[in-house]
Design a binder for this molecule. Structure first.
Ligand SMILES: [Zn+2]
Length: 139
């Protein structure tokens, strides 16, 4: 017989992949847990206060090509975690999505991100249908 121990519901979800890294806080080197997906150099990106230390994964960009000009950044997303935040929700991993211009942002749990990805797939399907219609091709 085995026993599974679950963290209390009001505790942040445990990180499954993390390592101990150095960080500079208020000029002092400290060591903290950092998710393996974090791309921030916590020594180079020093902070005055521990509460300001944040973790970020690589950015995923959604760009739209334009007829005349450089591509437009419509949105970007990244994994994030603010381990020392005073906000309980920020101490759990999240996916942050922000539009490329107005600063509208969303913090998502995994199920929200999956729903968002489904929305993007449906959006892409519609864009492809429009492109086909524009070329006079029937799908
Ligand atoms: Zn980190």
């Amino acid at each position: 017989m085995s026993t599974t121990v679950q963290p209390p519901a009001d505790q942040p979800a445990p990180l499954t992949d993390r390592h101990i890294v150095p960080a500079v806080v208020d000029g002092q080197t400290v060591y903290l847990e950092c998710p393996t997906w974090c791309t921030i150099d916590h020594v180079r990106d020093s902070q005055k206060f521990l509460v300001d230390v944040w973790h970020s994964g690589a950015f995923a960009d959604l760009e739209a090509p334009r007829r005349n000009g450089t591509p437009s950044l419509l949105a970007y997303a990244r994994l994030g975690l603010d381990s020392f935040s005073e906000d309980d929700d920020m101490r759990r991993p999240f996916i942050f999505v922000e539009d490329g211009s107005s600063g509208e942002d969303s913090y998502m749990d995994a199920e929200h991100a999956e729903q968002f990805a489904d929305n993007l797939v449906a959006f892409a399907r519609n864009i492809r249908a429009m492109a086909s219609a524009m070329r006079g091709v029937t799908a």
